[in-house]
Design a binder for this molecule. Structure first.
Ligand SMILES: *Cc1c(COP(=O)(O)O)cnc(C)c1O
Length: 363
């Protein structure tokens, strides 16, 4: 539990808030004036809000050698009513603790309040407008200054706030993905279901190869042909009236908050949410019989990312046809606008999915 009642605030220079047009195509490059930090050495010390800046840790820190680190990705949205809301942050909080458990690192029991404190303090960096938000990056790293592989005795929690614009600033651009059956991102019994840094670095090379060899912008990881995830997004296919995504039970799929929300919203769109193993063969078959309506990825950063073609080694390219409004198919488009309405406080029927952090004030 971070002791937020003992919060220490150290103000820094007040920097200029970027204009919305300066945020386009700059995901995670701009940060607010402050960060929230707290140290753990058996218990959590008093958290601090301090100027955003470099950390000082030992070069022997086990996070640097053994990837003892995990993180979360969530957004704070400034609504049309100027209320700043977090979207289902309880799910991020639970997921962070699952990642921490997996790494034998200390839990953070009050993540929602902790990030809320940072958002509230740096609220002038939460942009307004559809597609704009403050991306929040809570992270825990082990800082033990010795090289043994063992449970850490010292950790550091920090949370960063990065104002971001729409992931697809020029309208949705359906992507080509490469169905990779060689490189494996995650495996049953591994930690693909946790947001641990160790899962991400090794995906860069397969992505570069997919781009170079197949003109694809993302990798669709398909060990033995079984579809898992697309880059760092969850995978969805609309086949007939089914909205299909692979199940979580093998532990090799990240339990996305967007994934969960899309499954929850499916019945409202007249679709059956289906969590079941789905193979490249099933995708071929659905396309062959004309039942494959749409394929897309989903995650907090892009919300939805439409996929127009899947390049495979065996069977050539599988194309999806349905794209209408600005490159989004009707299902992805409907999901995107439903989610956007909830994010910006326009859908009272899903107000319980949001946590208001800051009520309107003049910043
Ligand atoms: C974060 C992440 C997602 C998306 O999760 P959201 O909670 O929806 O942002 C999907 N897959 C992977 C591998 C991820 O790291």
């Amino acid at each position: 539990m971070l002791k937020l009642s003992k919060l220490v605030v150290k103000e820094g220079a007040r920097r200029k808030v970027p204009r919305n047009d300066e945020l386009k195509g700059a995901f995670g490059k701009v940060f607010s004036d402050h960060m929230l930090v707290a140290e753990w050495d058996g218990e959590w010390g008093a958290p601090r809000i301090e100027p955003f800046g470099d950390l000082k840790i030992s070069p022997a820190a086990s996070s640097l050698h053994y990837a003892l680190q995990c993180f979360e990705g969530m957004k704070a949205y400034r609504g049309d009513d100027d209320v700043i809301r977090l979207f289902r942050p309880d799910l991020n909080a639970a997921r962070l603790n699952e990642s921490l458990d997996r790494l034998a690192m200390p839990r953070v029991e009050n993540l929602v309040e902790a990030v809320g404190t940072l958002v509230s303090h740096d609220r002038r960096f939460v942009p307004s407008g559809d597609g704009f938000a403050a991306y929040l990056r809570p992270t825990v790293i082990a800082t033990d200054p010795h090289l043994g592989v063992g449970p850490p005795n010292r950790c550091l929690f920090f949370a960063l706030l990065s104002p971001v614009g729409p992931y697809f600033p020029a309208g949705f651009n359906p992507i080509v993905v490469y169905a990779d059956t060689q490189y494996v991102r995650a495996w049953p019994g591994g930690c693909g279901g946790n947001k641990v840094g160790a899962n991400y670095g090794p995906t860069i090379l397969p992505q570069q190869l997919a781009a170079r060899r197949h003109g694809a912008s993302q990798v669709l990881y398909c060990p033995d042909g079984r579809i898992t995830e697309v880059g760092s997004m969850n995978f969805f296919a609309v086949v007939g009236d089914d909205l299909i995504t692979p199940p979580l039970d093998m532990g090799d799929i990240l339990p996305g908050v967007t994934r969960r929300s899309i499954l929850d919203l499916a019945p409202d769109l007249g679709l059956n949410p289906v969590e079941r193993p789905f193979h490249l063969e099933d995708l071929h078959e659905a396309a062959r019989t004309g039942r494959l309506r749409e394929v897309f990825g989903a995650g907090t950063a892009a919300i939805v990312a439409p996929i127009k073609a899947i390049v495979t080694d065996q069977g050539g390219t599988i194309s999806t046809t349905a794209t209408s409004v600005e490159g989004l198919g009707p299902v992805a488009g409907a999901l995107f606008s439903r989610l956007t309405d909830i994010h910006y406080g326009r859908d009272p029927s899903h107000a319980h999915w949001t946590v208001p952090i800051v009520q309107p004030t003049k910043n």
